[in-house]
Design a protein. Sequence first.
Length: 119
Amino acid sequence: QVQLVESGGGLVQPGGSLRLSCVASTSILSINAMGWYRQAPGKQRELVATITSGGSTNYADFVKGRFTISRDNAKNTVYLQMNSLKPEDTAVYHCNGRKTYVLGWKDYWGQGTQVTVSS
């Protein structure tokens, strides 16, 4: 089992920045890919960014150039630096870890952290 705990959400004005953190209960080197997803009220959960154990990153088009995902293997932590925030970025942001096992893979999720962008 893998527990993921997010932090760093809050209220920020448009154009502002936040950094989200996701701490895993196990070495993130054992997790094939980690990522951030978000869910706004009344909408489906959507991918924001992912990073593999090898460091390859992938971003949704709507955050390219504004958000950066990174990882600190020594701290078992994945970060999401969010700059130039817009009201439409308001959502609950969830950390995800996908771990591969012999018979398949399993997704782990954190409880989420609220990000509100408003003046």
